[in-house]
Write a protein that binds this ligand. Structure first.
Ligand SMILES: Cc1cc2nc3c(=O)[nH]c(=O)nc-3n(C[C@H](O)[C@H](O)[C@H](O)COP(=O)(O)OP(=O)(O)OC[C@H]3O[C@@H](n4cnc5c(N)ncnc54)[C@H](O)[C@@H]3O)c2cc1C
Length: 463
């Protein structure tokens, strides 16, 4: 953007535009800390009408617009080099909580943490919460929003009832499954490519105020997966989460390199929501499961459970992990291919590559999400797998090479990448990712962002 364009933009949305160097610098990077792109101006809109005015202005001047929530994505998904950065955290109002209809309406920049605190006080909760509640409603709806209850309720985008959207043409569209369904389907898991979500009406469910978590440990991934299918089929737990944890075994020679290696174990945390007056029957809950060890059983208030990773994030911030680079590689695998793929990747993963981060496992039913842009492999069950390193910038190149290799290998076995992390796709990989949906995705781009001003550069449409 040149100086004259900035002046004009200031007239379009007076008082909302910043070109302050400190603000531009603050908004020039994301959680990945691998890419720096400095916007020409940052706009903090006060209404959806202001978002529409900015988009129309940008369109008339062919200026790129990047939409940003908390920028917890990692490969520049919410950054722009010289364009307009729309900082949607300004649209953070709770607009209505309808306890009888079990819905909540909010600005797209509201943080899930604030939304959940308000709903749980009314004994209601969004069916799906991600592990990190310090992100925006619009940000997770635009990727998918997966959590430890997704095996029952899909992604957060599946639990959106109605969205207000400003498309790349500057039009305001209110959409749902039944009204303007094409826009509804475009913006959920749409990465800000087709429109900007300004307001969301979301489903809630009745909840119980206490939780009990069983901390189980497995020494075999196939055994964990067998138990996970039984758990998902029975609905006896409300939440299911899992990891791969390394037990370092020292160093070994691989080719000409001396590398650390590990034996891997698999925690499985199973949680039941309950009323304080009727705690769960532990024997019945764990009956028939073949874990290697039960390491702990713990009770927490539901709100504390929803924020259960906050203590980990405090540790991550204290030890420097948070400030490091994060080339996260998350993929969703066909169930049958999951164990051989994961075991192969872990056998070659030096545990030091994680830099204190972890390896996620996410067993899920394959049929709970129906968002067209959210790609998952077919099948009754799928397995999410995420390598989440936090490493000093000087080690990023070899780490990225290794993680991109794991990404390609996952796609070769039919996996679909989760698009918030390290995504370095060329056009062939984008085509492979969207598969039969590729033509539809390109058509949506042409219809709703005909001038290609929304978040250009991330998806290679090749046009
Ligand atoms: C510690 C940590 C834990 C995480 N855990 C999980 C997890 O458990 N499950 C999970 O699913 N994800 C998880 N993530 C990923 C995270 O949920 C996504 O990166 C999410 O997009 C972050 O929201 P945000 O507000 O930071 O969005 P941003 O990163 O700011 O934006 C994400 C994308 O959406 C676009 N966008 C943002 N707001 C809007 C809008 N209103 N309208 C249209 N487009 C928009 C942006 O342009 C960008 O392309 C985690 C990330 C971190 C760092």
């Amino acid at each position: 953007m040149d100086a004259q364009q900035i002046q004009e933009l200031q007239k379009v949305v007076p008082g909302r535009v910043s070109t302050d160097a400190a603000i531009l610098s603050e908004k020039s990077t994301d959680f990945g800390r691998m890419i720096r792109r400095t916007p020409g101006a940052v706009v903090r809109p006060a209404s959806s009408e202001e978002v529409a005015q900015v988009v129309r202005f940008a369109r008339s001047h062919r200026i790129p617009v990047a939409t940003r929530g908390e920028a917890h994505t990692q490969t520049g998904q919410a950054l722009t080099d010289g364009g307009i950065l729309l900082d949607l955290t300004s649209l953070n109002t709770m607009e209505g909580l309808d306890a009888s209809a079990m819905t909540v309406t909010c600005g797209a920049g509201l943080k899930w943490m604030d939304l959940v605190a308000a709903t749980v006080s009314k004994a209601l909760i969004p069916p799906v919460l991600t592990n990190n509640l310090g992100v925006t409603v619009g940000g997770t709806l635009s990727v998918a929003g997966l959590g430890v209850a997704s095996y029952r309720y899909g992604a957060q985008g599946d639990n959106a009832l109605e969205l207000e959207v400003i498309t790349g043409t500057g039009d305001r569209v209110v959409c749902s499954r039944d009204q303007n369904g094409e826009v509804f389907d475009a913006v959920r898991s749409g990465l800000g490519q087709f429109g900007i979500i300004t307001r969301a009406k979301l489903k809630l469910r009745a909840c119980r105020m206490m939780t009990r978590t069983y901390f189980l440990l497995y020494d075999s991934l196939p055994v964990l997966m067998k138990d996970a299918t039984a758990i998902m089929a029975s609905d006896r737990f409300h939440y299911l989460e899992s990891w791969c944890v390394p037990c370092p075994q020292g160093f070994r020679k691989v080719g000409n390199e001396i590398l650390p290696f590990a034996e891997w174990f698999y925690p499985l945390h199973l949680t039941i929501e309950y009323d304080a007056a009727s705690p769960p029957d532990d024997g019945a809950a764990l009956e028939g499961l073949s874990f290697y060890r039960k390491s702990h059983v713990g009770d927490r208030a539901l709100l504390e459970f929803s924020n259960r990773l906050e203590p980990l994030f405090v540790v991550w911030k204290r030890m420097g992990y948070w400030a490091n680079t994060h080339p996260w590689m998350e993929t969703i695998l066909p169930w049958q291919m999951a164990a051989p793929y994961i075991q192969q990747v872990l056998a070659n993963l030096p545990p030091t590559l994680l830099g204190g981060g972890h390896v996620l496992l996410w067993p899920c039913r394959g049929t709970t999400s129906s968002i067209p842009n959210f790609m998952t492999p077919p099948g009754e069950f799928v397995m999410g797998f995420g390598i989440l390193p936090g490493i000093p910038p000087e080690f990023i190149a070899p780490a990225k090479a290794r993680l991109n290799q794991a990404s390609d290998a996952s796609m070769m076995v039919g996996g679909k990448r989760y698009l918030s992390g390290l995504i370095e796709f060329d056009r062939a990989r984008w085509k492979q990712h969207f598969g039969a949906h590729w033509t539809r995705v390109m058509a949506l781009k042409r219809t709703y962002d005909p001038d290609g001003i929304l978040n250009p550069g991330f998806i290679d449409y090749g046009e």
